[in-house]
Design a protein around this ligand. Structure first.
Ligand code: SAM
Ligand code: DTB
Ligand code: SF4
Length: 363
């Protein structure tokens, strides 16, 4: 039997940046129950297991993207019947942010179908960040590649998180995207870090990748100098007109394994159960939360595709006894504690290895 309590790679009190492919493959190969148990230990070491962070997503510039990402309905290379839109007016974006806040979101994520933000649009983008921030919401943007200067401007305007996914392993990347390189992605992540913003970076499961590719992507993320604070794991939404519309559906258990392995490798990061929830059962989502996912997008639309109804998400949270984080009344200092990143081997954090199977702290 696997010695779950002594599994070398899974000590939840240590933040590691030296994961090897063989170690991560071994995690993927663990018996499911052992893997989930390890992921829960890792998760409880850093987070309240019954609390989920809620973000709302808005597409501020839709379609006609010059990149050729094979999964994406917004790529101008494919005909997905999407109406292209210009950059949304600042006023409208702020209106949407107000609704998101009223629905209980604590973070507002704005996405644009760009290779990189055009200089002429930067002033409006910065106004959006400032306006959303003033409402007391955390701010997140995903605008494609950033140079050093743009990252600095966004940070100065008050952008809390920048979302930029690695999407898959370096080896598989070229089969999915040819208009930019893996190094381009890593360079943007470095600019975001250097500018002092939080990183939101993860990927997609279901592109036709192997388990080794899933491991490879997680290794790239976990072996960054600092773990991304937020790690979105998307299940591919197969959109008609994209080259991946007919790819095989992902097995739910394999998807949950990816979440669990991400949590074990990056225990102090928020792992987001991201795109694809519309096609997931309550039971599959419950397993994803059990595996350590503690963040979702709330609202009926992601960027261009459907997300579950708010009311069904609330029902699911009720069934599971999950609370949405409410940061609306918190000051800056308290807000920083909501999704804390804890440093390596810090004595003050309780060691889940010494706790019993129910995750109670050992006395
Ligand atoms: N253009 C920017 C970029 O690529 O960084 C920002 C927007 S892009 C839509 C953000 C992320 O959405 C992608 O990196 C990808 O992980 C995810 N995504 C796009 N289409 C998806 C799909 N059909 N299913 C699941 N995730 C998808
Ligand atoms: C992420 O990892 N997933 C979100 C967010 N980051 C920007 C986007 C999902 C998009 C799904 C396809 C769509 O709705 O267009
Ligand atoms: Fe463009 Fe982003 Fe879609 Fe790629 S994922 S086509 S960069 S919007």
């Amino acid at each position: 039997m696997t010695d779950v309590l002594n599994y070398k790679g899974a000590n939840p009190s240590v933040l590691r940046h030296d994961w090897t492919a063989d170690e991560v493959e071994a995690l993927f190969q663990m018996p499911f129950n052992d893997l989930i148990f390890q992921a829960q230990l890792a998760h409880r070491n850093h987070f309240d297991p019954n609390q989920v962070q809620v973000s709302t997503l808005l597409s501020i510039k839709t379609g006609a993207c010059p990149e050729d990402c094979k999964y994406c309905p917004q790529s101008g290379h494919y005909n997905t019947g999407l109406d292209k839109e210009k950059l949304m007016e600042v006023r409208k974006v702020l209106e949407e942010a107000r609704h998101a806040k009223a629905s209980g979101a604590t973070r507002f994520c704005m996405g644009a179908a760009w290779k990189n933000p055009p200089a002429k649009d930067m002033p409006y983008i910065l106004e959006m960040v400032q306006g959303v921030k003033e409402m007391g919401l955390e701010t997140c943007m995903t605008l494609g590649m950033l140079d050093e200067d743009q990252a600095g401007q966004l940070a100065e305007a008050g952008l809390d998180y920048y979302n930029h996914n690695l999407d898959t392993s370096p080896e598989f990347y070229g089969s999915i995207i040819t208009t930019r390189t893996y190094s381009d992605r890593l360079n943007t992540l470095a600019h975001v870090r250097d500018a002092g913003m939080n990183i939101c970076s993860g990927g997609i499961v279901g592109l036709g990748e192997t388990e080794r590719d899933r491991a490879g992507m997680l290794i790239q993320l976990a072996n960054l100098p600092k773990h991304p604070e937020s790690v979105p794991i998307n299940m591919l939404v197969r959109v008609e007109g994209t080259p991946l519309e007919d790819v095989d559906a992902v097995d739910g258990i394999d998807f949950v394994r990816t979440i669990a392995v991400a949590k074990i490798m990056m225990p102090a990061s928020c792992v987001r159960l991201s795109a694809g929830r519309e096609n997931m059962s309550d039971e599959l989502q419950a397993l994803a939360f059990l595996a350590g996912a503690n963040s979702i997008f709330l609202g009926e639309k992601l960027l261009t595709t459907a997300n579950p109804k708010e009311s069904s998400d609330r029902q699911l949270f009720n069934k599971l006894g999950i609370n949405m984080e409410d940061t609306s009344e918190l000051d800056e200092q308290a807000l920083a504690k909501v999704c804390p990143l804890r440093e390596q081997d810090n004595e003050q954090y309780f060691d889940a290895m010494k706790s019993d199977a129910m995750g109670q702290k050992a006395s």
